[in-house]
Design a protein around this ligand. Structure first.
Ligand code: HEC
Length: 105
C-alpha cells in the first residue's frame, strides 16, 4: 500500500510539472516577434498585395475557429520547417487570435 501511495505522489508531481508550460499565459510579444520575422514576409508575397496581414483578414480566409488556427500555424511551422517550439507556436496562435481572428477561447 505504501508503494501505491508513493506512486500516486510521483504521478501527481509528474503531471503537475508537465501541465505547467501549457497553463502559462501566452507571451503575445513573443508571438508578434515571430510573426514579424518568420511569417509576415511569405504571406505578403503570397497575397500579391505586399501586405502579410491580409492572409488573416481576407474574406475567404481558411481559418474559421481556434482549433483551425492552431492547425494552420502548426502546418505552416512543420511543412516549412520554421523550427518553432510548441510554446512559440502557442504564442503565435494567441497573438494572431488577439490581433486578427478574435475567436472565443
Ligand atoms: C514560405 C511561405 C510561408 C511562411 C514562411 C508561412 N506561411 Fe502561413 N501560409 C502560407 C500560405 C501559402 C498560406 C495560404 C494557404 C491556403 O490558402 O491554402 C498560409 C496560410 C496561413 C494561415 C491561414 C490564414 C487563413 O486563411 O485564415 C495561417 C494562420 C498561417 N499561414 C500561419 C503562419 C504562421 C504563424 C507562420 C510563421 C510561424 C507562417 N504561416 C509562415 C505560406 C507561408
Amino acid at each position: 500500500m505504501k508503494i501505491l501511495a508513493t506512486l500516486a505522489v510521483l504521478i501527481g508531481a509528474f503531471f503537475g510539472l508537465a501541465a505547467q508550460p501549457a497553463m502559462a499565459a501566452p507571451n503575445l510579444a513573443n508571438g508578434k516577434k515571430i510573426e514579424d520575422t518568420k511569417c509576415y514576409k511569405c504571406h505578403a508575397e503570397k497575397s500579391g498585395f505586399g501586405d502579410g496581414t491580409l492572409i488573416y483578414t481576407r474574406k475567404d480566409r481558411r481559418v474559421q475557429g481556434l482549433d483551425r488556427l492552431k492547425v494552420m500555424v502548426a502546418r505552416c511551422n512543420t511543412e516549412l520547417r520554421l523550427d518553432l517550439f510548441p510554446e512559440d507556436e502557442a504564442d503565435v496562435v494567441a497573438y494572431l487570435n488577439q490581433q486578427y481572428y478574435k475567436f472565443k477561447p
